[in-house]
Design a protein around this ligand. Structure first.
Ligand code: X5A
Ligand code: ZN
Length: 714
């Protein structure tokens, strides 16, 4: 449906006119650097370009109005908007004097115009999305907005762009539930104050906090600030108490805190306070998350609100990091698969402490967080038999032919693997092309099949596959899989007769492993057993959803019953499937809907949409031949990048579902650190914990490992 990019070059006009080390980082090049990079990458050209308009006085008044006191005594300060309007005619001295009345603010004669364009850009974006002109979009704006308050400029922010957009979405479009995700590295206290008693706006912010020692030094930025009155539980603060938070910490925060609440909230619209000072290289944030992380954060948000995501620029002061991160965000909004995350996926202790304290503070208000922490975590690791760590994922395995050379110290932004985007995003390889399928125009129904002799050779170990229908289906599947492994096709769906689903899946795994996949994640739904002769070498992570009971036969062989309730299904995806998947870092994902899988279309679509975040989107979905065309259609569309349908208000997980999840977490979290949501007696649980602990290093563990391996021997 399209992605809007809202911009106006006038917003480059405002700039600092005097010496102020705190404010000098907020400069016009931030916008031009981002826009130039979008053009260079051909991303701007793929968007619907909208020229920003100025927000009206009434629109600004949605947020920046004086309290209802018509008989304002003459002593009271002038209305805030008029005050900012007057800066247009002030001289430098007066501008500087006025700026000093606020914290971390500079005014310029163009500030009023720019700030009205910034707020107006957000309004246009929301209008474009809510009228259905586009699916999602980004507004590239200056000045930023999230620190701005009803009657105060603050932290480079003049008008609160995102808050105005939210108020407008409520007032003009009648929305009842808006999620604001503030991934800027600073606390958007302005947004928090404006909506703290409003249950129709769920505000989530993570921010550098350092126990209150980081700007803006507010007590109310801590996790225990949860809103007030009717709005209790609708303010979610995740304070980072250390710098250096990276990809694993950010993804863990989404999986274990934001997304459970967001699904339960069931927003109609997602607004993103998209500051990129939370990315690596930024002087303000001092964090370690790489630009690709923002592709993942974006993709994770796109499963909400039918994909209606409006991102608005906030901070971001390292031009290179900012430009790359903006590209990652836009690329993902456009539906491109997220590039794989680099670095070890192990959240740090401080991040886990923060996530857990935010979960604890929110638990009274959210049923998705209840139950979970009350069941004792099993503390005996006796039943699992670790088969070793997954092999290191080297940049550019056989699947990545254009591997980047070892990078210079400053080029932390280099992609570990520069695979050209496949020319075909999604292929449908059903046994017989189905004319009733509703597919996006560029989704191809595959005609080709693997060569007959080759198909027979792969089928040979399985007697059941000798049948004609089985061979036909297998030939089509192998052809699709080869297209994916060769990089011509990104993902696709294939079908097989139900009776040979397990054998066909086994062949697909063997073929994937022998044709270049370093690590293969197999998510098998329904009655599908792990192929008995699959090697236990850590290259395949087998996850069966639909087994009779929860068991972890090893860290690479996990079974869990299919949850009966929607709430349980969400818990299972966010609390088990995705943490394992992100920890494993597969380069190929097979998801098989086998006999008795029992998944409804929307649930299957959500699973596929979220698994698409792994392996650069290289996901093959295997269906039973007699699945409905609706199921095939919805999966193809989701793999292609369309938003899954919203699940609606989620039911509570059943106690059995919660038990199964808690049990598996207890068994597996010593090895799979992405499962952790709280601190446990880890040294005792996992004697090797020290070894799997993340090594603080600016280049990331994998790169250091690689450098180590190339050190000349004496
Ligand atoms: C929007 C934004 C930061 C202000 C920092 C002041 N503001 N030290 O990132
Ligand atoms: Zn910021």
């Amino acid at each position: 449906m399209g992605t809007a990019l809202v911009y106006h070059e006038d917003m480059t006009a405002t700039r600092l006119l005097w010496d102020d080390p705190e404010c000098e980082i907020e400069r016009p090049e931030r916008l031009t650097a981002a826009l130039d990079r979008l053009r260079q990458r051909g991303l701007e050209q793929r968007c619907l370009r909208l020229s920003a308009r100025e927000a009206s006085k009434e629109e600004l008044g949605l947020v920046h109005s004086d309290p209802a006191s018509p008989a304002c005594p003459s002593a009271c300060s002038p209305e805030y908007v008029s005050l900012v309007r007057k800066t247009q005619v002030l001289g430098e001295e007066e501008l500087q004097a006025l700026s000093r009345q606020f914290d971390a603010i500079y005014f310029h004669p163009s500030t009023f115009h720019c700030a009205r364009l910034a707020a107006g850009a957000g309004l246009q974006l929301v209008d474009a999305v809510l009228t259905g002109a586009v699916q999602n979009g980004l507004a590239l704006v200056r000045p930023p907005g999230h620190h701005s308050q009803r009657a105060a400029a603050n932290g480079f922010c003049v008008f609160n762009n995102v808050a105005i957009a939210a108020a407008h979405a409520k007032q003009k479009h009648g929305l009842h539930r808006i999620l604001i995700v503030d991934w800027d590295v600073h606390h958007g206290q302005g947004i928090q104050y404006l909506f703290e008693d409003d249950p129709s706006v769920l505000y989530f912010s993570w921010h550098r906090y350092e126990h209150g020692r980081f700007w803006p030094f507010l007590r109310e930025s801590d996790a225990d600030a949860v809103g007030r009155g009717q709005g209790l539980g609708f303010t979610v603060n995740l304070p980072w108490n250390q710098v250096g938070m990276g990809n694993a910490d950010y993804v863990a925060a989404f999986l274990h805190l934001l997304l459970p609440l967001a699904f339960e909230f069931d927003p109609e619209l997602v607004l993103v306070s998209a500051g990129f000072d939370s990315a690596i290289g930024d002087p303000e944030g001092q964090m370690q998350a790489t630009p690709e992380c923002f592709a993942h954060l974006t993709q994770l948000l796109q499963v909400l609100a039918g994909g209606r995501v409006c991102a608005m620029l906030e901070g971001g002061y390292h031009l290179e990091s900012l430009a790359e991160s903006v590209c990652m965000t836009v690329q993902t909004l456009l539906g491109d698969p997220a590039p794989p995350l680099s670095g070890p996926m192990v959240p740090c202790q401080s991040a886990l402490e923060s996530i857990q304290s935010a979960r604890a503070a929110q638990a009274p208000y959210w049923k998705s967080l209840q139950l979970q922490d009350v069941t004792p975590v099993p503390t005996s690791p006796s039943t699992h038999s670790p088969e070793g760590r997954p092999p290191p994922l080297l940049p550019g395995g056989p699947m990545c032919k254009a591997a980047a050379p070892a990078s210079a110290p400053s080029s932390f932004l280099d992609q570990p693997c520069l695979c050209p985007a496949p020319s075909v995003r999604t292929t449908v390889a059903l046994t017989a092309p189905d004319t009733t399928l509703v597919l996006p125009p560029d989704v191809i129904q595959q005609e080709g099949s693997a060569l007959r002799e080759e198909t027979e050779a792969w089928a040979r170990p399985h007697e059941s596959l000798a049948r004609e229908e089985a061979l036909t289906a297998l030939g089509k599947l192998l052809y699709l899989l080869d297209g994916m492994l060769d990089g011509q096709v990104n993902n696709g769906i294939a079908a097989t007769p139900a009776s040979v689903a397990a054998a066909t899946l086994d062949v697909a795994i063997q073929r994937g492993l022998s044709h270049g996949a370093q690590r293969l994640l197999c998510v098998a739904l329904g009655q599908l057993d792990r192929p008995p002769d699959l090697a236990h070498d850590g290259r395949t992570l087998w996850l069966n959803i639909g087994g009779k009971e929860a068991t972890a036969l090893s860290m690479f062989h996990v079974c869990t019953p299919l949850p009966v309730m929607t709430g349980g299904f969400l818990n299972c995806i966010l609390g088990l499937v995705l943490p394992l998947a992100y920890g494993f870092q597969p380069d190929l994902v097979l998801v098989a809907l086998g006999p008795g899988h029992g998944l409804q279309g929307p649930h299957a679509a959500l699973l596929a949409a979220m698994l698409r975040g792994l392996a650069g989107g290289r996901v093959l979905a295997l269906l039973e031949e007699d699945s409905t065309p609706q199921l095939a259609g919805i999966l193809a569309r989701v793999l292609h990048g369309e938003a899954p349908p919203s699940l609606g208000p989620s039911s509570m997980a059943s106690p059995e579902d919660v038990q199964a999840l808690m049990y598996l977490r207890g068994q597996l979290q010593p090895q799979w650190k992405m499962l952790q949501v709280r601190l446990i007696a880890e040294a005792w649980l996992c004697p090797g914990a020290r070894l799997c602990r993340r090594v603080p290093s600016s280049s990331g563990g994998l790169k250091s490992a690689k450098v180590g391996a190339f050190t000349p021997q004496k």
